[in-house]
Design a protein around this ligand. Structure first.
Ligand SMILES: Cc1ncc(COP(=O)(O)O)c(C=O)c1O
Length: 361
């Protein structure tokens, strides 16, 4: 596994005109490792499934925000931003990643938080954000949160990161990640995957991986395990993000559009893991948390990592995939900062209730 920062994305070598116009800030220890999921043998009914360890991509905070923040936070710096404003659920990993990297780069972070089921992970997230010096604004329901998010954006010098960070600029991170995977396949670290499985919300990661596969000329199917409502994650939103990203990249690097041609990559959504909604535990996801622990040594959580395993199992046990090479793309951070003693007392008053009563998972 890489332990040093990767100073230049492969995409800049493949598309030199991007390098000339797009700012980049090295945050990732890449390439991330490819490993066999042998600990899941009994869960999946096979031991020939691989995983890509983006959970280990940074000691500051890992997971699937890091590759996109190499472009997004570089842009914030290039625009002389004096702070970052973002929006996410109470347990949002995006908010945690923003708080941790904002602190690392000396950029104050304001995060508006909307309601979601209270898990131990959500409590940990709030304490992590406080420890990282973020200003937390409780939004409550979606509408009031959106309004507060708009208000927060008015502060001078604020750089806005929308939920999911699925802008074309951010998506460069996972187009580049496909080039990284291709180089690893080339080196014989794993066979070319027929299927890549990952949890999917805003769909930025999925759309970018599909686009990257199309650019490479791979017919790999990207399976997104849907973790939120269909209105947010569907063929229309994915198609929109993918097309916008392809156009944005082609406008800056016409050679990308020429290489891509009409290909856009293959993907599908797996709908069977969600349960009652975003952030809600299901019996299957609670069972999967134990398998996630056996796989990574970490507890995981019910929203993304556990539901991804539920989707992975469905794919791995599907007879149509019996001979397919399957890759699980890990997206949750392995870094889980230990809250400093007394942090809970520093939680804003209108968020103190999050620590009352039993957590749902
Ligand atoms: C751990 C984890 N996995 C997957 C996702 C989904 O990624 P995307 O929003 O790009 O679909 C997220 C989004 O926040 C996440 O935090």
């Amino acid at each position: 596994m890489a332990t040093a920062l990767r100073l230049r994305p492969l995409l800049f070598d493949a598309l030199p005109s991007l390098a000339a116009t797009v700012p980049f800030l090295a945050l990732a220890a890449a390439p991330t490792a490819l490993e066999r999921c042998t600990a899941l043998r009994d869960y999946l009914g096979r031991d020939d499934v691989w995983m890509k360890r983006d959970d280990l991509i940074s000691p500051v905070y890992g997971g699937n925000k890091v590759r996109r923040y190499e472009f997004v936070l570089a842009d914030a710096r290039a625009q002389n931003a004096t702070g970052i404003v973002t929006l996410g659920g109470l347990a949002s990993t995006q908010v945690m990643a923003t708080a941790r990297f904002g602190q690392f780069l000396g950029l104050p972070v304001t995060a508006v938080l909307f309601d979601q089921p209270i898990t131990r992970f959500a409590r940990e997230a709030i304490l992590t954000n406080i420890n990282a010096g973020a200003t937390l604004v409780y939004g409550g329901g979606y509408l009031r949160s959106a309004w507060r998010f708009r208000q927060a954006q008015q502060s001078p010098g604020a750089y806005v990161i929308n939920p999911g960070a699925a802008s074309p600029r951010a998506n460069l991170g996972y187009v580049d990640a496909m080039l990284e995977l291709a180089a690893q396949v080339e080196r014989g670290e794993m066979p070319r995957p027929d299927v890549i499985v990952l949890p999917t919300g805003s769909s930025g990661t999925l759309a970018a991986l599909a686009l990257g596969a199309a650019y490479l000329g791979w017919d790999t199917e990207i399976v997104g395990v849907r973790i939120t409502l269909r209105v947010a994650t569907n063929a229309l939103t994915i198609g929109f993000i993918r097309e916008r990203t392809a156009r944005w990249m082609t406008a800056r690097a016409p050679e990308f559009g020429r290489a891509l041609g009409k290909r856009r990559g293959r993907y599908r959504l797996f709908h069977g893991a969600l349960g009652p909604g975003y952030g809600y535990p299901t019996l299957e996801s609670i069972e999967a948390m134990e398998w996630y622990r056996r796989l990574t040594g970490r507890t995981g959580e019910v929203t993304y990592s556990a539901k991804a395993l539920v989707g992975l199992r469905a794919v791995a046990r599907d007879p149509a995939y019996a001979n397919k090479k399957i890759l699980l793309w890990q997206t949750l951070s392995d870094v889980r900062p230990e809250p400093a003693p007394g942090t809970q007392a520093r939680v804003p008053k209108d968020l103190q209730w999050v620590f009352d009563g039993e957590a749902v998972a």
